[in-house]
Design a protein around this ligand. Structure first.
Ligand SMILES: *Cc1c(COP(=O)(O)O)cnc(C)c1O
Length: 652
């Protein structure tokens, strides 16, 4: 296998460094744990994305792709999509079900659908439709807009369209027309009130609907979304409404339209036992409906297939204690166990896996703009005479801290430091007192951190010490726009440098974004030591960019994002990796300009330009600036409007 060397920095393996190895980086950042084999580190310390072609592995360094973006004028931050990694996930899911179906001699097929809400971006949907056609892979639509996407983008006529969510007459009419054209478009009833409208319109148009019922499973699942499961679920029919729906269908002679049972347990289900019990419960409902005389034929188990964001293979919220094959086997086996004794024919198995299908293929790449280093400046040999008494107390603590008293010293320094700050607020300590106090405190905390490393005992009271001493790396991205789940639900994503991985990451760090919002930070990391408030990054090098990546961000992040501080959509690039290790830029999408985001909040950019022009003209009249300067100012104003909302190093 020949690897294409990345262009910047040149693929030189530095031997001057310490004994740090790429294997250590791989272990620290857990690349093999969360990466599902799609990522690795090259001997030169670059993070590579890799795909298998027959018996060959093709690797491309992310740094190389960033260089390619730069050459095309696509700046950081940027979402990078690997098109064939998405294909790979679609294929993995379908092949895993195929294997389970063969193993259990299951007498029907698997027909997956992709839930559009998980990533609605046009080129994600088009790629899924193109590649998925050979598997008859369809779409799940939860709204009219999503149904319109499915109706226009679906390539394969045998694929299913599953319509969930509230359906108004327009939605229903569209779905019926789809059915008339030969598409298998199911309406899943979420509430009994939908049925009369569907029946009425279908009668009026003379088109019979394909119907499904969504049940409310009582299995309470683990994980973050468990509140939506069980009896309190806000979606689906209660058992009594289900009976009512069946009765109404019988009365109107339409029971033969009821062919599908839908059951969605929740998203990111970390525990395989929940999948099993949910499937079992769904099967019970399924057989109950058959007993009632509905033809059935389709069993839709919804989403929930998890992604191991932590890489711990556990039942933690952001992990999963099973693998894809196990998921499929558990479903197929449970259906057989439940339906075979009743001699009920095997239904078509449908799943609506969103997260697991799209998470891997997208990553957020950004450069670091600045680092705030929390190291104390060297302390003077003695304290200045006129320091406040409390500063002298702090100084004293610094003299006496040892491995036997550091917990006490920790409490003392924080107490004295806070006292000095309090006095400063009341005008009883000077700015210089405060500066010296802060600095001595840092010096003592640093000593304590060093002492802490020499002991095996744990000191829970000192848990946030690393965080207090960690550097802040300022990243060129907005958490609210690109990683909203970190803010909303404390989601943990893998975060790591994409180069210099043959060097030891020598700084404790947390990552702040550029929104200047105190919530705009990444301060939960999963690494070799478990969940940590800080991670380790490399010291910045003068004149050299430092790039970080946040991984597994393809699901839910892109459209949940908001315009906090008016940072808009980022650039997006899709690449396709070839068998020979080269890659093609297949699509690029330029993120929002400042003019774009202003128009989203209903500013009229032309009026604003005119208002600025008038201001400049008044300044010319008042003799504050020259007309030539006015021209320059107008040019700068217009260039800013056209510019990217993120930090740009070069002016246009
Ligand atoms: C959100 C949702 C899904 C997708 O769930 P994942 O856990 O992302 O696979 C599937 N079906 C329904 C009904 C949903 O609401």
């Amino acid at each position: 296998m020949v690897l294409k060397p990345p262009s910047v920095p040149p693929e030189v393996i530095q031997t001057t460094d310490t004994a740090w190895s790429v294997e250590q980086s791989s272990e620290f950042y857990g690349v093999n744990d969360w990466g599902e084999g799609y990522f690795d580190i090259s001997p030169a310390g670059n993070l590579v994305t890799q795909l298998t072609f027959g018996d060959k592995i093709s690797q491309v360094a992310l740094l190389d792709i960033i260089q390619g973006m730069k050459d095309r004028g696509i700046e950081m931050p940027s979402i990078l999509r690997i098109e064939n990694l998405l294909d790979e996930r679609v294929s993995a899911l379908n092949e895993a079900f195929k294997r389970a179906i063969q193993t259990y001699r299951y007498q029907n097929d698997y027909r997956g659908v992709f839930p559009i809400k998980v990533n609605q971006q046009c080129h994600v949907i088009e790629e899924i439709s193109d590649f998925g056609a050979s598997y008859h892979y369809g779409f799940e639509a939860g709204s009219k807009a999503e149904l319109i996407i499915a109706l226009s983008k679906l390539k394969d006529d045998q694929s299913l369209i599953i319509c969930n969510g509230y359906k108004d007459p327009e939605f229903i009419e569209l779905g019926l027309y789809a059915k008339e054209m030969g598409l298998k478009c199911f309406f899943v009833l979420e509430t009994p009130s939908e049925l009369p409208i569907i029946l009425e319109i279908s009668q009026r148009r003379g088109i019979e609907p394909l119907l499904g019922v969504r049940i409310r499973p009582t299995v309470v699942v683990d994980g973050h979304w468990n509140e939506g499961s069980g009896d309190r679920s806000i979606f689906g029919l209660s058992t009594s409404s289900l009976i009512k729906v069946v009765e109404e269908l019988k009365q109107s002679g339409m029971l033969h339209c009821l062919q599908l049972l839908h059951c969605h347990l929740g998203s990111q289900i970390p525990n395989i036992r929940n999948i099993r019990s949910g499937t079992l419960e769904a099967c019970r409902f399924y057989s109950g409906l058959i007993e009632e005389g509905a033809p059935m034929g389709f069993l839709d188990l919804g989403g929930g297939l998890a992604v191991d964001y932590e890489g711990t293979r556990s039942n933690h919220h952001h992990s999963m204690n099973y693998q894809l094959d196990e998921y499929c086997v558990n479903i197929v086996e449970t259906i057989c166990e439940c339906l075979d004794p009743l001699e009920i024919p095997h239904p078509v198995i449908i799943s609506e896996s969103g997260r697991s299908t799209v998470a891997y293929s997208s990553m957020l790449l950004f450069n670091v703009l600045d680092v705030r280093d929390h190291r104390p400046v060297p302390l003077p040999a003695t304290l200045p005479e006129k320091c406040h008494e409390l500063v002298h107390n702090l100084w004293q603590v610094n003299q006496v801290v040892t491995s036997t008293n550091f917990q006490e010293c920790y409490n003392d320094v924080l107490f004295y430091r806070d006292e000095v700050r309090e006095l400063f607020r009341h005008g009883q300590a000077t700015l210089s007192d405060r500066a010296i106090a802060d600095n001595i405190t840092l010096a003592v905390l640093e000593k304590i951190a060093a002492l802490l490393k020499t002991t095996d005992k744990s000191y829970p009271a000192l848990d946030n010490l690393p965080e207090m001493l960690a550097d802040t790396y300022y990243g060129n991205f907005s958490l609210f726009q690109s990683l909203p789940d970190i803010w909303a639900i404390d989601q943990v994503f893998p975060v790591m440098p994409i180069h210099r991985l043959h060097e030891e990451p020598d700084r404790d760090a947390l990552i702040a974004d550029i929104t200047c919002d105190c919530d705009g930070k990444i301060d939960h990391f999963f690494n070799a030591q478990g969940l940590q408030r800080t991670t380790r990054l490399h010291s910045m090098k003068e004149g050299e960019e430092y790039y970080l990546g946040v991984f597994l961000v393809g699901a839910y992040q892109e459209t949940l994002g908001d315009l906090h501080n008016l940072f808009g959509d980022t650039n997006v690039v899709s690449v396709h990796i070839n068998a020979d290790g080269s890659y093609d830029f297949v699509r690029e999408f330029h993120g929002d300009s400042i003019a774009d985001v202003l128009s989203y909040v209903e500013y009229d950019v032309r009026t604003m330009t005119e208002e600025f022009r008038q201001r400049a003209e008044r300044a010319v009249k008042a003799g504050k600036i020259s007309a030539a300067r006015r021209k320059e100012m107008m040019k700068a104003f217009k260039a800013s409007l056209d510019g990217y909302t993120y930090f740009e190093k070069e002016q246009h």
